[in-house]
Design a protein around this ligand. Structure first.
Ligand code: CP
Ligand code: NVA
Length: 311
């Protein structure tokens, strides 16, 4: 690859994650000044989005840059024209690309072919910008991340992969409870175990949601049917019964527990409305933090944030 990209949490290390979180906080507090002034971001999306699209556009506006949104039917990545040609064309127009793709390999090809840095705006494998926003939210509510116990209930999907890797990097404990056939990929778990040895975090892949939440500071869930898996929706609904985040499950967790969801949520499926909209939930803080993290990521990939001292 020609330069810096953020395709996976594995493109970062504990120090860069901490720096990005601190930069995101500086931007949130109005202390960051952007390298992105005058720069252009292309948002290349194969799937729908609310948070990711708007957070990146808002981040560019706040930093004095501009964003161009390319909607799912427009580009036809790999269909209307090859991914490599899209990369070679976009690098002539824009400074940086955020792409939401069905296949993670498309991101790798965009990054390998073009010279513009590429940000993973969600792929089938990972959602690193979501994990950064989640960690910022945990930091704000729990006073830090190290030693925090995160219980993830449900599908071992893109969101779970990124959150597990980042938890292991930062020293948060991560317990994931998934039904048979929906466990996190073994290669992600192995990489997370390797980081956990360095950071001292405890990573466990479980079957029982009650066991996962029994000491949790955070309960996290995501949709049972990710974008692109719609044909499996009925089967998934049946396979995930017993994995709903609801008041019965929260009874097994400590009172201090905080509930997180990357959104969009499906009330009555992976989470009940009373819990998503209740006092333990911080889901809209997570959503807000997506924009601060987007600013930090763009600035990092374009050269670094300038922080005002003493303001
Ligand atoms: N959480 C998240 O990525 O939301 P969108 O799909 O709306 O971007
Ligand atoms: N796992 C979900 C996340 C949406 C933000 C999906 O890929 O559709």
């Amino acid at each position: 690859m020609s330069g810096k990209n953020l395709l996976s949490v594995l493109d970062l290390n504990p120090e860069t994650v901490k720096m990005l979180l601190s930069d995101a906080l500086a931007l949130k507090n109005g202390r960051g000044h952007g390298i992105p002034r005058g720069k252009i971001l292309a948002l290349l999306f194969e799937k729908p989005s609310l948070r990711t699209r708007v957070s990146f556009e808002v981040a560019m506006m706040r930093l004095g840059g501009k964003a161009i949104y390319l909607s799912p039917p427009e580009v036809g990545l790999g269909k209307r024209e090859p991914v490599a040609d899209v990369a070679r064309v976009l690098e002539r127009y824009v400074d940086i690309i955020a792409a939401r793709v069905f296949s993670h390999n498309s991101l790798v090809e965009l990054a390998e072919t073009g010279s513009a840095p590429v940000i993973n705006a969600l792929s089938d494998r990972e959602h690193p910008c979501q994990a950064l926003a989640d960690m910022l939210t945990i930091m704000e509510h729990k006073g830090g991340v190290k030693g925090v116990k995160i219980a993830y209930i449900g599908d071992g999907n893109n969101v779970a992969n990124s959150l597990m890797l980042m938890s292991a990097m930062l020293g948060a404990d991560f317990f994931i409870a998934s039904p048979n056939g929906y466990e996190i990929q073994p290669d992600t778990a192995e990489k997370a175990f390797a980081f956990s040895i360095q950071s001292g975090s405890n990573i466990e892949c479980l079957r029982d949601p009650v066991e996962a939440v029994s000491e949790a500071d955070v309960i996290y869930t995501d949709t049972w049917t990710s974008m692109g898996q719609e044909a499996e929706a009925e089967k998934r609904l049946a396979d995930f019964s017993g994995y709903q985040v609801n008041s019965d499950l929260l009874c097994h967790a400590p009172e201090r527990v905080m509930v997180m969801h990357c959104l969009p949520a499906h009330r009555g499926e992976e989470i009940t409305g009373d819990i998503l909209d209740g006092p333990h939930s911080v889901v809209f803080d997570q959503a807000e933090n997506r924009a601060h993290v987007a600013g930090a990521v763009i600035t990092y990939l374009l050269g670094g944030l300038e922080i005002s001292i003493g303001s």
